[in-house]
Design a protein around this ligand. Structure first.
Ligand code: NAG
Ligand code: NAG
Ligand code: NAG
Ligand code: NAG
Length: 291
């Protein structure tokens, strides 16, 4: 059979090559690879035209460093992987590479030969979206309102503690506080370094409405501002003049008018009566004059 060897070998090789080529060429690539990240909970998602029979393995790398695999993101049958706990440290730029594997593929396959798609770059510290914060407001005095913001919690747990965005951003975290006087449209913004602060130079008898948003000036412009909170309004205790409603004012003016009319009427009547009386006194002596 030795004479067959030279013939068989190229045929076998050719067949093996065809099979490999067929497998890698037909394997659909991951498409539309994108990061979704809210409060540092970061999920990598993708799409694929593949039906059954394929799995995905995510490799990721910190700019310039080696590719890393993690058991949580290997041979996935779903088209997403939660990378919240893998992208450490936060303040680095990462790239992921999604490899599509045929279920029947030899796992020791050369990774270079696998069908794969790179993700866009992602830096959690600079790009994770920040949700709206809860906050309270209360009046300190006639001129000042205190704003107390609760830092939103992140998806990161460390030492059994769920970190807040303050734990992650520290000094880089500011808040933008936007407010306006009730009934006016002019909004004002202030930036606060801390989560508990006071807004000065108000006239609290008028009432004000407030909104807050996390603000990270060290980030690129497009991701500096977190989501705006809902609006909260306060009105200070009112002094006597403010207490009077429009109705009361109208009533008071009406009463004043009535009083004024009465005074004028009385004065006019009085004058007429006085004049008549004087005329009577002038006439009476005449009447006494004998004809
Ligand atoms: C952040 O939110 C914006 C607006 O909703 C969205 O377009 C963007 O994809 C989000 N970014 C991430 C990383 O989730
Ligand atoms: C993260 O990067 C920003 C911008 O490069 C820098 O201002 C900030 O100090 C860095 N923070 C940390 C914790 O490395
Ligand atoms: C701010 O609010 C938190 C929780 O609502 C509360 O524990 C804290 O004492 C408040 N701080 C101030 C200064 O009012
Ligand atoms: C704000 O408070 C509500 C109810 O107390 C809670 O469901 C929500 O998760 C809080 N939001 C943040 C960002 O902490």
């Amino acid at each position: 059979m030795a004479f067959l060897k030279p013939v068989l070998c190229p045929v076998v090789c050719l067949c093996a090559w065809i099979i490999t080529a067929a497998v890698t060429e037909d394997v659909p690539k991951a498409e539309n690879v994108h990061w979704t990240s809210l409060d540092f909970k970061t999920i990598l998602r993708w799409e694929s035209k593949a039906m059954m029979g394929y799995t995905y393995t995510v490799l990721y790398s910190r700019a310039g460093a080696d590719w890393i695999e993690h058991i949580d993101c290997m041979q996935l049958s779903e088209m997403e992987c939660d990378m919240t706990n893998l992208l450490r440290p936060f303040n680095r730029t990462y790239t992921a590479d999604i490899q599509t594997e045929h279920v029947e593929m030899d796992y020791n396959h050369d990774p270079e030969e696998l069908t794969h798609t790179y993700s866009p770059e992602f830096n959690p510290y600079k790009q994770s979206n920040i949700s709206a914060a809860n906050f309270t407001v209360h009046i300190v005095n006639k001129r000042t309102v205190a704003v107390n913001i609760t830092d939103p919690l992140t998806g990161i747990h460390e030492n059994n503690k769920q970190l807040s965005i303050r734990d992650v951003f520290r000094k880089d975290l500011k808040y933008k506080i936007s407010y306006y006087k009730s009934g006016s449209t002019g909004k004002k913004d202030i930036v606060s370094d801390s989560s508990v602060t006071e807004v000065p130079n108000l006239d609290t008898e008028e009432g004000y409405c407030f909104m807050v948003a996390a603000f990270i000036p060290s980030r690129p412009k497009s991701t500096q501002l977190g989501a705006w909170s809902k609006q909260l309004c306060v009105t200070g205790p009112r002094t006597f003049l403010h207490e009077l409603s429009v109705g009361v004012w109208v009533g008071a003016v009406a009463i004043l008018l009535v009083v004024l009319v009465i005074i004028i009427a009385v004065t006019v009547l009085c004058c007429r009566w006085c004049r008549r009386k004087r005329n009577d006194q002038v006439e009476t002596p005449q009447a006494l004059v004998p004809r």
